[in-house]
Design a protein around this ligand. Structure first.
Ligand code: C2O
Ligand code: CU
Ligand code: CU
Length: 473
C-alpha cells in the first residue's frame, strides 16, 4: 500500500528520503510501560547509550532512563508513589516532574542535582486529577543538552475511571503515547547538537522528526476511535498539527487533565512542553497522515512536513464506538481576580549592547522582566493558597511559558479570547504578544527548593529566560 497524500518538499526529513510505501516502514513502538498502580513505586536509572537513529549504522551518543534514549511511560495511581532515580552517567543532572502538583521539595528543579553514582528518592504525593504529564532533566544551563540527548519521558496519572468516561485506555492498543521531537542529523547520519548563534537565538531546530525516539515509522491503529496522547518534547519547535485529509482532532484533555466535553479541531498547535490528548476516528478504515506546518517562529515558511502516517488494521476492533459527551472535568473552585497581580516580560535582549553580548558567546540578554536567571535570587514570593492573575508579555518571537507547581486557566491572549485549545487546565502556554492566566498556589516551595517559571524553548531557559518563586504561608 502506498500513501500518496502528501510528499515532504522541505529540508525537514530530508536526511533520509521518506518512503511512502507504508508497509516497508517499521512499526512505531510505544515506550515501555512502568506501572506503579499496584506496586506504588518507580525505579529509574539515568544511563548513557548509543543509538543508530537513521538505520545507517552510525551510532550517536544518547542518554535515557532505563534505556538508551528517552524513558518508560510511568503509570501513576492517585496515591503516593515512591520513586528512586540513580544517575549512572558521568554528568550530574536533575529530574523534574513537569505538570505535577507536588511540593517544591520533590519538584526536581535545578536545585535538586543528582550526582554521578548517587540516587534521589522523592515520594510523589497524589494531589491532582488524572492527566498526561512528563518528566525531564532540568540542570541549570544544561537542560537543552540533556533533553536533546534523551532525558525525557511521559507520565500517565490515572484514576481508573476511563470506562465511565467512554475513553480508550488500553496502552498501545487504542491509547497511544506520541512524543514529538525534532533532531539534527549531519551528512553521515549522526545526531548533533549545534551551538551556533541562530540556535541560541531561536532554539534548536532539527532536520528530522522523531516520534518516541524513532525515525520514519508508521502506526497501525484499530478500526474505530483511537486516543492519542501528544507531548511536544522538542527543544524549540512549535507544531501546528493537523491530518492531511482534514479529519478532525477531538480534544479531550490538556496539560492538567480532562475537558468537560470533547472539542473538535482542524488544527492543534503543540508548543514545547505542552500535552494534549485527542480522539481520532479511524472507523472508515482509511490510512491517514498526521502533518505539521512549519514552526511559526521560523523565518520564511516552508510547506510543512509529515509527522506520522497511520494505517488501519481492520482485524483489530476498537472498543469505543462513539465519541464521549461528558468527561467529568474538575472546574476551578476559585474566582478569577479582577486585577492583574504580576506582569512578566520575556526579554531576548535584542538591544545593541545585549546583542553584542549574545554574539560573544555569553548568555546574551535572555531574561524575564530584566532579571536573567540566578540560582541565588528568588524572583517572586507567593502566599500559599492565594489566587493570582499573571500577564506574560513577549516580543520578537512566540515563547511557550511554563510555571511549576500549578495548573492555570488561560484568560486571554493578545487581549482577545484564547483559541479553543486553551480551554481546561494548562501549565504551559504559548505567548504571542501577551497572555493572561490565573491559578491558585496550593503547593509549598521553600526558598531553598523553589519552583521555576520559564520559557520552554530550552535554549532560552538555559540562557536565562527563567525565574524562581517560593510559595509559603
Ligand atoms: Cu518542563 Cu521547568 O520544565
Ligand atoms: Cu515544569
Ligand atoms: Cu523563549
Amino acid at each position: 500500500m502506498t500513501l500518496d497524500i502528501e510528499r515532504c518538499q522541505c529540508a525537514l526529513n530530508a536526511v533520509t528520503p521518506w518512503s511512502w510505501a507504508v508497509n516497508t516502514r517499521p512499526a512505531l513502538k510505544m515506550p515501555v510501560l512502568l506501572d506503579a498502580t499496584q506496586t506504588g513505586r518507580i525505579d529509574l536509572t539515568i544511563q548513557a547509550g548509543q543509538v543508530d537513529f537513521l538505520g545507517r549504522g552510525i551510532k550517536s551518543p544518547t542518554k535515557g532512563f532505563n534505556g538508551a534514549f528517552l524513558g518508560p511511560v510511568l503509570r501513576l495511581p492517585r496515591r503516593d508513589t515512591q520513586v528512586s532515580i540513580t544517575n549512572q552517567t558521568q554528568q550530574p543532572t536533575t529530574v523534574h516532574w513537569h505538570g505535577m502538583l507536588i511540593p517544591g521539595a520533590v519538584d526536581g528543579g535545578p536545585h535538586e542535582m543528582i550526582a554521578t553514582g548517587s540516587s534521589w528518592r522523592p515520594v510523589l504525593p497524589d494531589h491532582q486529577p488524572a492527566a498526561t504529564v512528563w518528566y525531564h532533566a532540568h540542570p541549570h544551563g544544561r537542560t537543552a543538552r540533556d533533553v536533546y540527548s534523551g532525558l525525557a519521558g511521559v507520565i500517565h496519572i490515572v484514576d481508573g475511571r476511563d470506562d465511565e468516561r467512554g475513553l480508550p485506555h488500553s496502552y498501545g492498543e487504542d491509547d497511544f503515547t506520541l512524543v514529538l521531537q525534532d533532531r539534527y542529523f549531519d551528512q553521515s547520519g549522526a545526531m548533533v547538537y549545534d551551538t551556533s548563534m541562530p540556535t541560541r537565538m531561536h532554539g534548536l531546530h532539527g532536520n528530522a522528526i522523531l516520534v518516541n525516539g524513532q525515525y520514519g515509522t508508521q502506526l497501525s491503529v484499530p478500526k474505530g476511535w483511537v486516543r492519542l496522547r501528544l507531548l511536544n518534547g522538542s527543544n524549540a519547535r512549535i507544531y501546528p498539527l493537523s491530518f492531511a485529509d482534514g479529519r478532525e482532532m477531538h480534544l479531550v484533555a490538556t496539560d492538567g487533565g480532562y475537558l468537560k466535553a470533547p472539542v473538535s479541531l482542524q488544527q492543534l498547535w503543540l508548543s514545547p512542553g505542552e500535552r494534549y490528548e485527542i480522539l481520532v476516528d479511524f472507523s472508515n478504515g482509511q490510512a491517514a497522515v498526521m502533518r505539521s506546518e512549519d514552526d511559526p517562529n521560523a523565518m520564511g515558511g516552508g510547506s510543512g512536513f509529515a509527522v506520522l502516517p497511520f494505517v488501519v488494521d481492520t482485524s483489530k476492533k476498537a472498543r469505543m464506538k462513539k465519541m464521549p459527551s461528558d468527561l467529568g472535568s474538575t472546574e476551578a473552585k476559585w474566582a478569577v481576580p479582577g486585577k492583574t497581580n504580576r506582569v512578566l516580560t520575556l526579554d531576548m535582549g535584542m538591544g545593541p549592547g545585549m546583542m553584542m553580548r549574545g554574539m560573544s558567546g555569553g548568555a546574551g540578554g535572555f531574561a524575564i522582566s530584566g532579571e536573567s536567571f540566578d540560582m541565588h535570587r528568588i524572583n517572586q514570593q507567593i502566599k500559599l493558597g492565594t489566587v493570582e492573575r499573571w500577564r506574560v508579555e513577549s516580543s520578537m518571537m512566540m515563547h511557550p511559558f511554563h510555571v511549576h507547581g500549578v495548573q492555570f486557566k488561560v484568560l486571554s491572549m493578545a487581549g482577545g479570547t484564547p483559541p479553543p485549545q486553551y480551554q481546561g487546565w494548562h501549565d504551559t502556554v504559548l505567548v504571542n504578544g501577551s497572555v493572561e492566566f490565573a491559578m491558585r498556589f496550593d503547593e509549598q516551595a521553600s526558598k531553598e527548593k523553589p519552583y521555576m517559571y520559564h520559557c520552554h524553548i530550552l535554549e532560552h531557559e538555559d540562557a536565562g529566560m527563567m525565574g524562581q518563586f517560593s510559595v509559603s504561608a
